[in-house]
Design a protein around this ligand. Sequence first.
Ligand SMILES: *Cc1c(COP(=O)(O)O)cnc(C)c1O
Length: 493
Amino acid sequence: MRNNQATQLLFELSKSGRRGAVYPACDVPSPPVESLIPARFLAQTPSALPEITEPDVIRHFVNLSTKNMSVDTHFYPLGSCTMKYNPKRHERLASLHGIVDVHPYQPAEDIQGMLELLYTMQQMLGEISGLPGVSLQPAAGAQGELAALLVASAYFRDKGENRTRVLFPNSAHGTNPASAAIAGFDCVQLKSTSAGFVDLDELRAHLDDKTAVFMVTNPNTLGLFEKEMATIAKLVHDVGALVYIDGANMNAIAGITRPGDFGGDMQHYNVHKTFTGPHGAGGPGSGPIAVRDFLAPYLPGPIVTQQPRHGSLDKAWTYHLTMPERSVGRVRSFFGNLGIIVRGYCYLRTLGAEGVKAMSEHAVLNANYLLAKLKDVLPVPQGDRCMHEFVASAKIHKERGISAMDIAKRLLDYGFHAPTVYFPLVVPEAMMIEPTETESKETLDAFADALRAILKEDAEFLHLAPHTTPVSRPDDVAAARNPVLKWRPHPAE
Ligand SMILES: *Cc1c(COP(=O)(O)O)cnc(C)c1O
């Protein structure tokens, strides 16, 4: 590891007595802390916090921020994650007084505007999915999966059916089996066809009266639309089970086709992916779920309902927080991750129905353009066409000692964030590329040129990439096995 632009830690910049803020003398009685907090809870020595001026703190963090890549600074084709541009207007709207200064314990009468916004968001998400029952509660896609599986579980319990298994194809995102296991189901992984689709024979062989849910991502994680989706849904429904659509890939189909129309009974959205919530670095997310009418009574709540207002001419409706009749309960405090829901709402209202469709069409066009520009040097085993992303394989380069990881790391030197690598697991040396709809032809061309240039470089040189970033290639195995999570003074200090 190399550190050519050494950044000192705040602790190392610390000088005893330096201050960033000076507080006025306290003008209320200040009894000794020992009289307020039991002695056993008091530290014997003050914490070793850094002492530093405000400009030094600002420089420190601004400089650190420029050492990383972001959607605002670089092309970021991280497949599956939909790292789309986050319009700055949403930030301003999401920080309006009426949104940030609302207290979640305010009575519903006082926050009618907020509730109307949430209700409208529920309606829009219901319309885009074709699944009318919507809960905005889940805080991310994975939690949406879990919440929907709990809904399925409650539904079958009410019907007196003992269904214990959740099936999913081997191209599924890792959160699918994880959610199923946490919801108490047994997980059954199904082989896909060599073309990357759900294998109908494999599915038939595993469906029975113990099957609760078949989870499927559509378009799937190879960026392919499941052509046999109607048959898949029929097979699942014929044994009395439910179809769960992992909606992480809605960026390919929103406004064009709907999970509810192609057989889905439940789905989650990733508002932070499809509808521009800024994400990465672990959050924040928003993973609303949408379900068919007969599952709506089980949704996590509260959800927002609308009632006609009597005797008033200025507003026709009132909005209420309601717990669905047979609700599985809360999965998140208050209204879910409100800040992200509001940004998604702004996005949908800005685009409108035609705009949402155009968004998906442009995402698919951009991905197909890149696929066509790259497939001669980075073959795409599952086809010549894709939806909003595609999975190339670096296997032919592995034979000369160049791995998908080497290529991904070297891209950083060229000023591009790396694509997702080694997922989905069904493609060897996978590179999953998702350009999103807002990238220009020039950016896509530059990215393709960079990849072509890298593939002509020397294998040894690539193993040591990146060469120009503040940190080169960390030992990720050591970092996972032996994490250093705490600053310790240098032995010499
Ligand atoms: C991102 C993703 C998820 C999980 O969503 P989070 O919001 O990250 O929890 C599930 N499935 C697929 C295909 C995804 O890309």
